[in-house]
Design a protein around this ligand. Structure first.
Ligand code: UD1
Ligand code: MG
Length: 471
């Protein structure tokens, strides 16, 4: 009978560090009220507080989650006879959403408290009473507030879906389109506020098509909602070893932060600065809650993240990239996820049987992970064309295949990037595999950004980072 084991108490050292850190963050936050308010600093301070709150709550609420049945067994451990809390990503999502709600006034502090005569002049200083009387309300950036609120609604909806899935294990066909619903508020705001649906054509195509831009129209919205389905699910299926869901999300978020920071360093007002600032406001608290989760979910995991975290993380990326107008850049940062999805399709679409779990197989004798396999009975062989395709993949080292002496397929490795990595690199300890996949994600992402800002100049006339003040 599996037992439950989880310490809910923070140690004295942990309590000391967390309290000190929170107090430092509160002090920084309070100081931002001097002057015009510094939203980015306030956001950093709130992110620190979100980290501390998530860290403590994961510990305090672990046993409560187990009692409520939200628990799982770590399948890749020798002693996997005890339960650890599952669905801890819901704590991240809730702390995150509350943090973002508390943060709402900060980016608008200047607009609420001080009204300017335009162009950044502070010659006319109005107090908040006038704003409340409605006299300067037309100056308030309602569009930015709408972006902010629509992002929160989308994240709320996806969190509901995630928690529902963790509670009831919702079927694929029922939950598949839900993220697209969650993205509707984003698309509405995108339509009203930005509305660009054209893509820049590469310079070598322009003479033939006689134009620089190609308008995708309504298809662009289809692409964005498809993306909102893809991103959360792609993180959920690149999973199964301790820490990997969170570490890949942290790497993607850090790369996005790096990309945003590039736009902050350009001379203001750069047309893209505000949207990248918006992205930072949503990514920093995400990093705060994610690091707190990673500490508990890293090998050997003391908690599981649940589908809630994967959907929520994927949706954070969708939100910032749609409202920040860089959804194509995000694609470059999701290359391992795209590969894992494309590689998984034979199992996802039922061409090849897909077991409930495809995570790597733990060899208790060696303590190492090996590729997990799908077994084929003698009388239940794949159709000849599929068998041919499987052998071809094996020849290109894209699959491990075991055949009997009569050439019948006995087993094939499961179609996930984690298993393929083990096929390529041999059996590995769980944490080593997680580190290698995370480093690969980071390197490919950095290369993606390099392509985005440098190599793109080979086929496009300019990179938008170099556009100064087009407005
Ligand atoms: C997805 C994958 C599934 C994989 C699972 C692991 C697809 C289509 N689905 O399913 O193949 O097995 O994620 O998360 O690719 N677990 C561990 N160690 C870990 C993480 C998870 O043992 O490091 C186990 C635990 O028993 C945990 C369970 O996996 O309770 C969670 O699985 P869940 O997230 O519900 O699986 P799916 O997202 O449906
Ligand atoms: Mg999952």
């Amino acid at each position: 009978m599996p037992t439950t084991a989880q310490s809910a108490q923070l140690s004295d050292t942990e309590t000391l560090y967390l309290t000190g850190f929170t107090l430092a963050c509160v002090t920084v936050l309070v100081r931002t009220f001097d002057g015009e308010g510094a939203p980015l600093i306030a956001c950093l301070a709130l992110s620190g507080m979100a980290f501390a709150a998530t860290y403590a709550m994961i510990r305090w609420l672990g046993p409560t989650f187990i009692k409520a049945g939200l628990k799982g067994r770590d399948l890749s451990k020798v002693n996997n006879n005890h339960y650890i809390p599952e669905c801890m990503g819901s704590i991240c999502a809730v702390v995150y959403i509350l943090t973002m709600i508390v943060f709402i006034p900060f980016p608008f502090f200047k607009d609420i408290v001080v009204a300017t005569s335009g162009g950044g002049n502070r010659d006319v200083v109005m107090n908040v009473e006038f704003v409340q009387l409605g006299r300067l309300l037309h100056k308030f950036p309602h569009n930015k507030l709408a972006s902010f609120l629509s992002a929160i609604i989308s994240l709320h909806s996806i969190t509901l879906l995630g928690i529902g899935d963790d509670l009831f294990d919702i079927r694929w066909r029922h939950k598949f389109f839900m993220p697209a619903f969650a993205s509707i508020p984003l698309l509405v705001v995108y339509f009203i506020d930005f509305g660009v649906t054209s893509i820049v054509l590469p310079t070598f195509l322009q003479p033939y098509l006689g134009r620089e831009l190609f308008d995708l129209g309504i298809l662009y919205y289809g692409y964005m909602s498809a993306f909102s389905i893809f991103s959360p699910n792609s993180i959920n299926i690149l999973a199964g070893i301790n820490g990997i869901e969170v570490s890949q999300s942290i790497v993607i978020a850090l790369l996005l932060v790096f990309n945003d920071a590039l736009y902050l360093l350009t001379p203001y007002p750069h047309p893209a600065t505000d949207s990248h600032l918006f992205s930072l406001y949503f990514l920093l608290p995400f990093l705060g809650v994610s690091f707190a989760l990673l500490i508990h979910n890293w090998y050997p995991a003391r908690v599981f993240v649940g589908d809630t975290y994967c959907y929520f993380a994927g949706m954070v990326f969708v939100v910032v990239s749609i409202l920040g107008h860089f959804s194509k850049t995000l694609i470059l940062l999701l290359i391992p996820q795209i590969f894992n999805f494309v590689y998984s399709t034979p199992q996802l679409f039922g061409l090849i049987p897909c077991p409930r779990h495809r995570l790597p197989h733990f060899n208790a004798r060696t303590g190492l992970l090996e590729p997990s396999v799908t077994t084929w009975e003698k009388d239940k062989q794949p159709r000849p064309i599929i068998a041919q395709a499987l052998r071809l993949l094996a020849q290109f080292k894209l699959l491990r295949i075991k055949e009997d002496q009569e050439g019948r397929i006995e087993e094939t490795s499961n179609f996930t990037l984690l298993n393929l990595w083990l096929v390529w690199r041999g059996p590995k300890r769980e944490d080593k595999l997680a580190v290698e996949i995370t480093v690969m994600q980071a390197l490919l992402g950095l290369f993606g950004l390099f392509v985005r800002h440098r190599l793109a100049l080979l086929i496009f006339r300019e990179d938008n980072l170099n556009i100064t003040s087009a407005v």
